[in-house]
Design a protein around this ligand. Structure first.
Ligand code: AMP
Length: 499
């Protein structure tokens, strides 16, 4: 093992050990590039475009042909990776990066990706978007066989599986590892001589390939290609591993073919509106969701007001279909993060106030339709309705461009435990009452499918994974099942809570 390289990748200051952060991996953004003299700077730009996918921490690992370099920091990409000294330390023409999102009370540096390890086939760095539903079970097995885990992230499990495989070639080891994991995963990885991308067999999380004047890029969303001027080549196919090396591009499809089930929530909330996910413009889908919402839940009103920013495209579509004026009755302060990532309910509520303020002149005396993309805990909607009332709105009709979220997510979108999901525990009328709106209505699931241009949901073989709305999980929830059995691995209480 080349200790020098290992030391350089795991800089001492990045290994701050704090006990306690045992939450699974959450929604994130990944980026990788190979064969460009500004690999780290391009990666930083890509991560900046993916900032909406994770604001808690970011990291980049680069390889200069001899040594791996790693920078992992808490906070926003721009705050840490716009500094020349940081980028200059990330030498080399190959780099991968990760931006992390998690609702844990404590984000600790040891969980910040990409992860790096020396294995029998050389250095290997990996960044992960998604969540393994058997991560804790695998982790227990590995630890019981002597593995020493440096983080509490399920991504590290993949490093171990690669390191322990007995196959001589790296790619076979990687495939060995992928065959053992279950759940949602979009990986970008890097070895001494290749950049790899891999997507789970159902394609739950997105992953795309780009081209920057012959230089390959792999990333979560097309908006990260746009920022560096790279051309979109194609999506990584579900179950596909793409490899870029000196020999060009190789595509490996080691899994039996299955009907894909990309996550609906990427379209509803998570992806950036200017991204194209699975061939569909996220912006166009969101507007169509708003149009369907108007058709299904239209109401007499004077104005359509979006909850910015997440409700803007749907509100535009709603206004268009309803033939009503669209007005900015709420102004958003862009210099605060997403409310959802704040660790406690108290702070979250404060966050909503920091983020939105009423545009009194627009809403005073008016019957308004407030449009947002989704309702999770109800924090945003409750605050916003109160704010609109204070500003003098005469009637407030709340409309959500997605169905009620009744089930937790186990695939990397960090919806909270079921008991904190408003729609899982309240009737429509109870929710309306709690939020304080004059009326409340959600888009139907078939309405979502129609907006996606899919006709209705095919119940025998749904076109997307819509588990948040239906509880129809497309993979086994191994850790959750184990936690309910008698052999619950240590730490599984977290998944039990989430179920
Ligand atoms: P809540 O206030 O808890 O009902 O959350 C609703 C708001 O959070 C909406 O404005 C959504 O745009 C946003 N949202 C929905 N899902 C998520 C998520 N997984 N992460 C962060 N924000 C979300």
């Amino acid at each position: 093992m080349n200790m020098d390289r290992l030391k350089s990748a795991l800089r001492p200051e990045t290994l701050t050990f704090l006990p306690g952060d045992d939450r699974p991996q959450d929604e994130c953004g990944v980026f990788g590039v190979r064969g460009h003299s500004d690999a780290a700077a391009l990666t930083a730009l890509g991560l900046h475009a993916l900032q909406h996918r994770g604001q808690e921490a970011a990291g980049i690992v680069s390889f200069d042909g001899q040594r791996y370099h790693s920078e992992r920091h808490l906070g926003l990409v721009g705050d840490n990776f716009s500094r020349a000294d940081v980028i200059n330390r990330l030498q080399g023409a190959q780099a991968i990066g990760h931006t992390r999102y998690s609702t844990t009370g404590e984000t600790i540096l040891r969980n910040v990706q990409p992860f790096f390890a020396e294995t029998a086939t050389g250095g290997f760095a990996i960044a992960h978007n998604g969540n393994l539903t058997n991560g804790l079970t695998l982790r227990r097995d590995l630890v019981s066989h002597g593995a020493i885990m440096l983080s509490t992230s399920d991504t590290e499990v993949v490093l171990h599986l690669v390191a322990r495989s007995l196959r001589p070639r790296f790619l076979d080891r990687f495939i060995d590892a992928l065959r053992q994991i279950e759940g949602a995963w979009a990986f970008v990885g890097m070895t001494d001589d290749m950049l790899v991308g891999a997507r789970d067999p159902l394609g739950i999380r997105p992953l795309v390939i780009g081209d920057l004047d012959g230089v390959p890029v792999i990333t979560s969303e097309t908006c990260a290609l746009d920022i560096i001027g790279a051309r979109f080549v194609r999506d990584v196919r579900p179950g596909e591993i793409v490899v870029f090396s000196a020999d060009g591009m190789e595509s490996i499809e080691p899994f039996p073919k299955r009907a894909m089930r990309p996550c609906l929530f990427e379209y509803i909330y998570f992806a950036r509106p200017d991204s194209v996910v699975g061939g569909k413009s996220v912006y166009a889908v969101r507007k169509a969701l708003g149009r369907e919402l108007a058709r299904e839940t239209g109401v007499e009103a004077d104005l359509i007001v979006p909850v910015p920013d997440s409700g803007v495209p749907a509100a535009l579509g709603f206004a268009e279909a309803a033939g009503l004026p669209y007005e900015l009755g709420i102004i958003r302060n862009h210099y605060v993060g997403r409310t959802f990532i704040e660790p406690t309910q108290q702070i979250r509520q404060l966050g909503v106030k920091l983020k939105h303020s009423a545009n009194r002149g627009v809403v005073e005396g008016k019957r308004i339709v407030l449009v947002d993309d989704s309702l999770v805990r109800g924090t945003t909607s409750t605050k916003i309705v109160a704010m609109m009332r204070e500003a003098g709105a005469r009637e407030i009709h709340f409309r959500l461009a997605s169905p009620p979220i009744t089930h937790s997510d186990f695939y990397g979108i960090d919806t909270p435990d079921r008991d904190k999901l408003l729609a899982a525990t309240h009737t429509l009328e109870e929710m309306r009452d709690l939020i304080g709106a004059d009326s409340l209505a959600f888009l139907s699931l078939d309405g979502v499918y129609r907006a996606m241009d899919e006709g209705a949901r095919n119940n025998a073989q749904p076109q997307f994974t819509d588990h948040c709305f239906t509880g129809d999980y497309p993979t086994r929830l191994v850790d959750l099942e184990a936690s309910k059995g008698s052999h619950a691995p240590r730490g599984l209480s977290l998944f039990a809570e989430a179920g």
